[in-house]
Design a protein around this ligand. Structure first.
Ligand code: ASP
Length: 334
């Protein structure tokens, strides 16, 4: 009799136990940052890999701190990009690659997923923080993308910090250009055999504690680029995008990301195909793009983060309000 009564109350006990089990708190804020994708080697000097990990960590700590203090997704994206634009290790502001003429032309864009407002600049030559000019295009004009001389004229009135083009010079990037030009002369090919010379585009995606999503990306483009070439980073929907589903920032061979509207494809697959963030990101990187094209970082409205890439590595870092904090370069076996 006693045995039967225990059996009969077991389901009730189980239900009670489950309802007492602590539920994982939902994510309040989340952030991911990238510092470029490409053919990185695990055999690179340990000090060099550590220097990149440290730089990614600093960018993440900046963004994480702002988010914990309640900053908006847009403000966090801009601040993190500005800090990476200042770091000569990255192909963004200081440290940007050289074009064929031995000059720098920078591209950047920023998008607020909660309002669909966005701004971008392409081919700017004297703007210390291209991401801030992109934000001013968004905030202070009725346009989305300004390029070249027009963007420089806007910078004159927008009140952003200006520098000589040579401010962006670094010896490492100059050597990459010289190597590329020698190779072009020898082989006649416009496609460099060593893609490592372009590493370092920077991007940031954020879900803030009010649920707003934003994405930002800055790049110097590709070493030895010709004829006013513009990559995917300032093209909304190609290299950068945010809406109510997700915020996405890409890095890699820009032409491929433009061809396939990669950043917007992620959110379209979620909105119209019912895919999760991970499914959509994985599909565009592994099924749509080719091996070696690059990668992306993305965050969705629930604070999930995806960082797929099809190159040998991608400098990346991510954190959220539940205590996640990760910095990585190469694929992680789970
Ligand atoms: N996507 C950038 C461009 O094509 C370069 C990169 O991410 O490395 O301009």
């Amino acid at each position: 009799m006693r045995f039967v009564s225990i059996i009969s109350v077991l389901p009730l006990l189980l239900i009670a136990a489950c309802s007492l089990a602590p539920e994982a708190p939902s994510i309040n804020w989340a952030i991911a940052v990238h510092g470029g994708a490409g053919t990185m080697s695990r055999d690179a000097p340990a000090a060099q890999l550590k220097a990149y990990e440290d730089a990614m960590t600093r960018a993440l700590v900046l963004g994480k701190g702002m988010l914990a203090d309640g900053a908006s997704a847009l403000d966090v994206c801009e601040a993190v990009m500005r800090s990476m634009e200042d770091n000569p290790m990255f192909n963004a502001g200081k440290g940007a690659v050289f074009n064929e003429q031995g000059k720098h032309e920078l591209d950047a864009s920023i998008m607020d997923g909660s309002t669909m407002r966005c701004g971008a600049v392409a081919g700017v030559r004297t703007v210390k923080h291209p991401i801030s000019l992109a934000r001013k295009v968004m905030a202070d004009t009725r346009h989305v993308l300004l390029s070249g001389d027009g963007a420089e004229k806007f910078a004159d009135v927008a009140g952003v910090e200006r520098v000589e083009n040579s401010y962006f010079d670094t010896e490492k990037r100059r050597r990459s250009l010289q190597r590329l030009l020698r190779e072009r002369k020898r082989t006649g090919s416009l496609v460099p055999s060593d893609q490592s010379m372009d590493y370092g585009t920077v991007g940031c995606v954020v879900r803030d504690r009010d649920g707003r999503l934003a994405a930002a990306t800055t790049t110097g483009g590709m070493t030895g680029k010709k004829w006013g070439r513009i990559g995917d980073s300032p093209i909304i929907g190609a290299g950068n995008y945010a809406d109510e589903y997700a915020a996405v920032s890409c890095t890699g061979t820009g032409e491929e990301f433009i061809r396939h509207s990669i950043a917007r494809s992620v959110t379209a697959r979620m909105a119209h195909g019912g895919e999760t963030l991970q499914q959509a990101c994985s599909a565009v990187i592994h099924d749509v793009l080719k091996q070696g094209d690059g990668g992306l970082i993305a965050v969705d409205r629930d604070g999930n983060i995806a960082t797929p890439f099809n190159s040998s590595g991608m400098y990346r870092a991510m954190a959220d309000s539940r205590g996640r904090f990760e910095v990585a370069i190469f694929p992680i076996e789970r």
